[in-house]
Design a protein around this ligand. Structure first.
Ligand SMILES: Nc1nc2c(ncn2[C@@H]2O[C@H](COP(=O)(O)OP(=O)(O)OP(=O)(O)O)[C@@H](O)[C@H]2O)c(=O)[nH]1
Ligand SMILES: [Mg+2]
Length: 669
């Protein structure tokens, strides 16, 4: 458990930490000289099964930013209020800050009780109780103490140890994040960073990323809660010895994060909730500049109001934070905003979405997404988001932006019965309802297209994609189509997508024309059929009619245009491929000449060469000089008419890219 001190200057915070741990955390020369705390101090109190870490903060109004850097990762607050002074400005401000940060466990130390009579104690205790009202710390115990007389110290220590025992260990399930509050270099060790582990765990030897800079590093060794350890985890203060190209104390700063590499995705635009403190003098207006404090980071930002009108003091609303530089942030992180001259705390809240849009940030669709993100529970947030625009959730982004492991999010998707579409780029999840709508829409679209275009094989992927809702990214759409082809809902015809039952049909007049043309291409003349112009003359039709018909039959896979205006029946082409294959098989080196081919076809030289060049173009034969070989991989190319071909994408794939509850082979990822 990490305990953070809080309270007005000189109210005895550092003295308390020293009395509890034996460590004087005021180490700086200037701190000693002035008798005040300036920067964060750290100390530890070993306890049976949960070492207590203390973060001692300064109370001076000039150093509230340092207090904020320390308060970012605490579980429990130790609020010091001096019995002689009573409640003072930074008593209230620190309390407001820890409340905004969501810290709702704590204890109040009424310090320096040796200096005041009993009635004064009671009066200050009553003031404190009033101050706590309405905060997450209301009803916290108030313990009178004195580091001079020793009164109350044993009680305070036992209360803290009890709190540590009952503390819910922070979940270590998520991905590793550590908020850096110090970076220094130790002789013989190298670069060391310290901070609180916000989520997950890290082990020695692991690779991590410094964010937002993106520098990769390796964790050489770890100290957790002040002791050498193999592993550091959520809720512990850790010192990491980092190694890597360019890693040095000067390139890593307070406010940076050490992350599991998959989490590195800095953002400078975040949608959030904002609660404005009641003591704020004026309402919050559009584009107001503020200082943003998040974990140990501090930077400039502007506030964009997402709901109606200015936000009144004491009010709460949705906002967008536009940052002066990117930071590492995840959904649910708490933040505080202060005024630009760093004199007062304005308010704070919770990040809802670190991928906030710069435009269309107030549309009903966007507001619905933000409402979904209000769910603290990630599984419920996922369920709600899957019902929002754009109609699917990118699970990789979802887990990254919540510091969750992909496996955990895959489990949520499974529990929620979501349909997942896996492509090389992403894993998308959709509600079963949306998936059914998409599937139905797709089939209906193809059916309508076939009715309007009976002579076309089908629709192209991109055209189909752009006509459907939700509009999936291209790679995901291709994966979804593969799954639908496997389920025999659709079929691929080369580059075209069609319904499995669709056959291009000839109209009545086309059929009667074909009945006249087909015999001319068949039988004995099949290896040297008449050309378009000859056919037109033979049956007294225009060349255009004959050419149009044969082109259409080409799309149907019934004929092949071997040379310009020279169409062969598909069966004849199949036979000619077999003849070429036979010639090659009988030749000792697998090669044959055009003359050998011509002799087998009993054909003219010119036509034989045109046929072989047609095979060359389609890769059925491979030509070198006067000789040709057969390309076995292409032998099947002219074997069957197109409408008997099954989806080529079905072959050789083991698992479905789309996982859904009723797909037997469906897998979450
Ligand atoms: N009489 C008396 N003096 C105390 C007690 N606790 C602290 N002091 C004195 O109060 C002064 C301030 O104590 P610190 O512990 O430095 O106060 P702090 O809250 O850490 O101050 P900042 O960190 O600067 O905000 C010191 O001179 C202490 O010796 C106490 O219980 N009784
Ligand atoms: Mg101090």
């Amino acid at each position: 458990m990490i305990v953070g001190t809080a309270g007005h200057i000189d109210h005895g915070k550092t003295a308390l930490v020293r009395a509890l741990t034996g460590v004087d955390t005021d180490r700086l020369k200037e701190e000693k000289a002035r008798g005040i705390t300036i920067d964060l101090g750290f100390a530890y109190l070993p306890a049976p099964d949960n070492t207590l870490g203390f973060v001692d903060v300064p109370g001076h109004e000039k150093f509230v930013h340092n207090m904020l850097a320390g308060a970012g990762g605490i579980d429990f607050v130790l609020l010091a209020v001096a019995a002689d002074d009573g409640v003072m400005p930074q008593t209230s401000e620190h309390l407001a800050i820890v409340d905004l940060l969501g810290v709702n466990r704590g204890i109040v130390a009424l310090t320096k009780v040796d200096l005041v009579p009993a009635e004064r104690r009671q009066a200050v205790i009553a003031d404190i109780a009033r101050l706590l009202e309405g905060t997450g710390l209301a009803a916290s115990e108030i313990v009178p103490v004195s580091t001079v007389s020793g009164e109350g110290l044993a009680t305070l220590r036992s209360r803290l140890l009890a709190a540590a025992q009952s503390a819910h260990a922070r979940s270590t399930k998520g991905r590793f994040r550590l908020a850096i509050d110090r970076s220094f270099s130790l002789v013989g060790v190298g670069t060391v960073v310290t901070g609180t582990v916000l989520s997950g765990a890290v082990t020695a030897g692991e690779h991590v990323t410094i964010s937002p800079s993106g520098m990769p590093a390796r964790v050489r060794s770890i100290h957790a809660q002040n002791c050498p350890a193999d592993r550091g985890q959520a809720g512990e203060r850790c010192a990491l010895n980092l190694a890597g190209d360019g890693i040095a104390k000067d390139v890593i700063h307070r406010g940076d994060m050490v992350l599991h590499p998959e989490l590195h995705a800095p953002t400078d635009r975040i949608d959030a909730t904002l609660r404005v403190l009641a003591c704020e003098p004026k309402p919050i207006t559009q584009w107001m500049p503020v200082r943003l404090h998040h974990a140990a980071a501090e930077l400039g930002a502007r506030l964009v109001l997402l709901d109606e009108g200015p936000i009144a003091p004491g009010g709460q609303s949705r906002i967008q934070l536009v940052l002066e530089r990117p930071i590492a942030a995840v959904v649910g992180d708490r933040f505080v905003v202060r005024d630009t001259s760093a004199q007062r705390t304005i308010g704070g809240g919770r990040f809802l979405d670190p991928r906030a849009p710069a435009r269309k940030r107030r549309t009903p669709q966007r507001i619905a997404q933000l409402d979904a993100c209000l769910n603290d529970d990630c599984e419920r947030a996922l369920a709600a988001l899957s019902e929002c625009a754009p109609g699917y959730v990118d699970l990789n982004a979802f887990s990254r932006d919540r510091a969750l492991c992909a496996e955990e999010v895959a489990c949520f998707a499974k529990t929620l019965n979501l349909v997942t579409i896996t492509s090389q780029r992403s894993v998308l999840a959709m509600s079963p309802q949306r998936w059914n709508d998409l599937e139905r829409g797709l089939v209906a679209r193809l059916a309508a297209f076939h009715v309007d275009n009976p002579d076309l094989p089908g629709l192209g992927l991109e055209r189909l994609r752009l006509q459907l809702e939700p509009r999936l990214p291209a790679a995901a759409f291709a994966s979804a189509l593969q799954a639908l082809a496997r389920a025999k809902q659709i079929a691929f015809d080369g580059a075209w997508i069609r319904l499995p039952g669709h056959e291009m049909r000839l109209t009545g007049s086309e059929q009667s024309l074909w009945r006249k043309v087909e015999p001319l291409l068949a039988a004995k003349e099949r290896f040297r059929p008449p050309r378009v112009r000859d056919i037109a003359g033979m049956i007294d039709r225009s060349e255009g009619d004959v050419r149009g018909l044969l082109k259409l039959l080409g799309r149907l896979g019934k004929v092949d245009e071997v040379a310009h205006d020279h169409f062969f029946l598909r069966g004849a082409v199949t036979e000619m491929v077999e003849i070429a294959a036979d010639l090659a098989a009988k030749a000792p080196d697998g090669q044959f000449t055009a003359a050998q081919f011509r002799d087998r076809l009993e054909n003219g030289r010119k036509v034989a060469i045109q046929i072989l060049e047609f095979f060359d173009r389609h890769g059925v034969t491979l030509r070198r000089g006067d000789l040709r070989r057969i390309n076995k991989a292409r032998l099947g190319l002219f074997r069957r008419p197109a409408d008997e071909r099954s989806s080529s994408m079905d072959n050789g794939r083991e698992s479905s890219p789309v996982g859904r509850p009723d797909f037997k082979s469906g897998r979450g990822r």
